[in-house]
Write a protein that binds this ligand. Structure first.
Ligand code: AMP
Length: 295
């Protein structure tokens, strides 16, 4: 007989913290997936992994205002808690929870300006950290708070937000855990990386957005032909991504294991390509490890 467990849903993070505490006390392993909701198969892949490697998969859904510099981007961010809960329950998550800013940070009284922000460390320097001032402060602050509430056995993040994974790895090191698993990027069959923001693209914009993955694959092909010069790899990225209606913010490479604010010099032994571009008023990012077939 197939037994499906009923997923718990809490609108109060303190109830979630108590649920996690109770099960941890009984020795359960908790795999944690923090999200901002509007879930797609990329998120669900993280949940599947969390579930497969632990007794329970716990998912937070919180559109964190601390990490949005742009109020309009925050307002337009898609939200559909009920649909998310259905997907998570079908995926076998044990608990989904959300909360308000005031519940997550009681000392702030719900006032954004009163939340004590964390220093996101050196991985926040350059690229996203430079173009979105305050973004990684907001990410580090909510992730540390979520870790404190859930105290997971392990937490799961997507490579798609590559610089974020560097920030979270540094944060977890500083906090003394949890261990972090970085999961591969899920893409639509045509190459477009799944993103909650894709819901805001028109049919035409979605077609234009394919220039991002095209550029990444072109850079990988250049790597496979032996190109190791960072500037040459960036030129391939910029040329292919630029040959579209996208407004490119950056086309960069970094050493995937040693984050640097600036582009590394000299021939690379490993390379992570990183792109950010506006498609209309929707900002998209994408990334690909060039030296290893990660997908
Ligand atoms: P978000 O809701 O955008 O904050 O994302 C929640 C988590 O899902 C983050 O760790 C993301 O990196 C991850 N994620 C987002 N898109 C994808 C994707 N296409 N494939 C895999 N993971 C993803």
């Amino acid at each position: 007989m197939l037994v499906t467990q009923v997923m718990k849903e809490f609108a109060d993070p303190n109830r979630a913290a108590y649920w996690c505490y109770k099960w941890r006390e009984r020795g359960a392993r908790i795999g944690f997936v923090p999200t901002m909701g509007a879930l797609h198969d990329g998120h669900l892949a993280l949940v599947r992994r969390a579930r497969a490697e632990n007794d329970y998969a716990v998912v937070s859904i919180f559109v964190n205002p601390l990490q949005f510099g742009d109020a309009r981007d925050y307002d337009l961010y898609p939200r559909d808690f009920e649909a998310d809960a259905v997907l998570l329950s079908m995926e076998g998550a044990a608990l989904a929870f959300t909360g308000t800013l005031a519940q997550f940070f009681p000392d702030s009284g719900g006032n954004l300006a009163k939340v004590a922000l964390r220093d996101p460390g050196s991985a926040a320097e350059g690229l996203e950290g430079e173009l979105r001032p305050g973004h990684f402060e907001g990410v580090a602050t909510i992730v540390a708070r979520l870790f404190e509430l859930v105290r997971p056995t392990r937490a799961y993040f997507g490579e798609k937000d590559f610089q974020q994974t560097r920030v979270v790895l540094e944060l977890a090191k500083e906090l003394g855990g949890p261990p972090i698993t970085v999961c591969p990027t899920l893409r639509d069959a045509d190459g477009l990386a799944l993103s909650s923001r894709n819901a805001r693209l028109s049919v035409e914009q979605r077609r234009e957005a394919l220039a991002l993955s095209r550029a990444l694959y072109a850079a990988r092909a250049a790597w496979q032909r032996g190109e190791r010069d960072p500037a040459a790899l960036c030129a391939v990225l910029a040329r292919v991504a630029g040959d579209s209606a996208l407004r490119l913010e950056y086309a960069e490479v970094r050493d995937p294991e040693v984050w640097t604010a600036e582009r590394p010099r000299g021939p690379l032994a490993r390379a992570q390509a990183l792109l950010a571009a506006f498609c209309g008023d929707v900002r998209l990012i994408d990334t690909l490890r060039l030296d290893a077939p990660s997908e």
